[in-house]
Design a protein around this ligand. Structure first.
Ligand code: ARG
Length: 477
């Protein structure tokens, strides 16, 4: 071969080469080494080994129950698979590039261990329904793990929200100071986003949890199989209804990547806020040093590496979603080799989401707000201007007129370089005679947030209630 071959990727851990493909009888010359490596998936689909074994055992037990396979053969398969599983778990299993993928590797090893019984395992099944089953089994477990990671992140943020239910900070629109809010309330906004993420995952899981096995290559099988039994044994809620769809459907993987993209979108928004808040211009929070790094040239620097990296990783998760959508869009029914390309983006997405969530739960527990800085910023932008307008409305002024009056008061405060609450009463009364001495208490930051006391409002009392409701939601199974 040419120089391309010398640059080829080394085979993955423990992957070796040896002759004789299981379908080689049909071909008259050896497969080109490059093509062999190019078409093989064992370097990455070995990740499916344990679910592949689980699926095979359920299939074999069904075959035996249906008298398609003898009891003796089943016993041999069960014994052999126990050995294979031990080898896989301990890392001793020898993966071979010649056996192409995880399925053929395991079947070949099983056959080496137990002989003909191993060769009978593939009765009434194809790698097409086998791989579709494996990916669903794999993803179902990972969805459960991600669901739990989201819940721990929520728990960690609920603890902070409770602790800082009364801490005032500026709320922003257009990144301009808008109205005071509480830090607890701000954190709870993300708890809601992550709650929707959990709902979406739970919904996506229902569609993952259907059994393709029994579809065989594409048309079903001539053997009297019992698909319900296999579904029951593997914990699937139902069986895929149509064999052509069963082997070729990857919607569930796309849906999962869409869920993952939204999770990362939320993490990325939170990252962006942490990065801004950590910047000395804001100085709203401190992040523990272990989530930051220094600069190799500027000794004074402390950079928010973890949030930046999470913001960056969002791109690769979106990439996986786009990749899988594109992978599917041109495929005629039923199975096509294109589908082998579903695994790497899917696995990468699972790994990325899990890492990002785990590191975030840890980091959010360590985020310390800087109350003085938040307060100073909330006082800077006339954040209680709406409160003054609401005050005037309370005194009978129509809201549009009140808006106008307050705009003039803000201009006056700007000229005097002070906050609205610091304007002398006489000055305020110059804009409206309805303004009275009680306005002073009305315009404090604390009064402003406390008045927004209804479900979903920023008042400390409401934050505490929202925390309690969210905790109850989390406790539900
Ligand atoms: N490695 C293949 C995949 O990931 C398994 C299915 C192969 N089926 C086939 N007819 N070539 O999709």
């Amino acid at each position: 071969m040419t120089s391309r071959q010398s640059k080829k990727k080394p085979p993955a851990r423990g992957v070796s080469a040896s002759p004789a493909k299981s379908w080689s009888g049909r071909f008259s010359e050896p497969v080109d080494a490059l093509v062999k490596r190019f078409t093989a998936s064992v370097s990455f689909d070995q990740r499916l080994a344990l679910v592949d074994i689980r699926g095979s055992l359920a299939h074999a037990r069904m075959l035996a129950a249906q008298r398609i396979l003898s009891r003796r053969d089943l016993a041999a398969i069960e014994r052999g698979m126990a050995t294979v599983e031990r080898e896989v778990r301990s890392g001793r299993f020898e993966w071979s590039l010649d056996a192409e993928d995880v399925h053929l590797n395991i079947e070949r090893r099983l056959t080496a261990l137990v002989g003909d019984a191993g060769k009978r395992l593939h009765t009434g099944r194809s790698r097409n329904d086998q791989v579709a089953t494996d990916v669903r089994l794999y993803l179902r477990d990972e969805v459960d793990a991600i669901h739990a990671l989201l819940a721990s992140l929520q728990k960690s943020m609920l603890d902070s929200a409770e602790k800082h239910s009364g801490l005032v900070m500026p709320g922003f629109t257009h990144l301009q100071v808008a109205q005071p809010v509480t830090f607890g309330h701000h954190l709870l906004a993300y708890v809601e986003m992550f709650e929707r993420d959990r709902e979406r995952l739970a919904d996506c899981r229902r569609r993952i949890n259907r059994l393709p096995l029994g579809a065989a290559a594409l048309a079903g099988t001539t053997f009297p199989i019992d698909r319900q039994r296999v579904a029951r044994e593997l914990g699937f809620e139902s069986v895929c209804e149509n064999s052509l769809d069963a082997v070729s459907d990857r919607d569930f993987a796309i849906e999962f990547c869409a869920c993952a993209s939204l999770i990362l979108t939320h993490l990325s928004r939170l990252s962006e806020e942490l990065i801004l808040w950590m910047s000395p211009r804001f100085g709203f929070v401190k992040i523990p040093d272990r989530f930051c790094t220094g600069s190799s040239i500027m000794p004074q620097k402390k950079n928010p590496d973890v949030p930046e990296l999470v913001r960056g990783k969002t791109g690769r998760v979106f990439g996986a979603l786009t990749g899988l959508l594109t992978l599917m869009k041109g495929q005629p029914l039923a199975y096509n080799k294109d589908n082998q390309e579903d695994k790497e983006p899917l696995f990468d997405t699972v790994d990325t989401v899990k890492d990002c969530l785990a590191v975030f739960a840890d980091m959010m527990a360590g985020v310390r707000p800087v109350p003085e800085r938040m307060r100073a910023a909330a006082l800077e932008g006339y954040s209680t201007a709406t409160d003054l307008a609401d005050y005037l409305v309370g005194k009978g002024v129509p809201f549009r007129d009140a808006h106008e009056i307050v705009a003039r008061a803000v201009r006056a405060a700007e000229e005097l370089n002070c906050d609205l609450s610091e304007l002398p009463l006489a000055t305020l009364r110059g804009f409206s005679r309805r303004i009275q001495a009680d306005v002073a208490d009305w315009l404090t930051l604390e009064a402003s947030v406390s008045r927004r006391s209804h479900v979903g409002g920023t008042a400390p009392k409401q934050v505490l209630r929202a925390v309690a409701r969210a905790r109850k939601r989390l406790a539900r199974p």
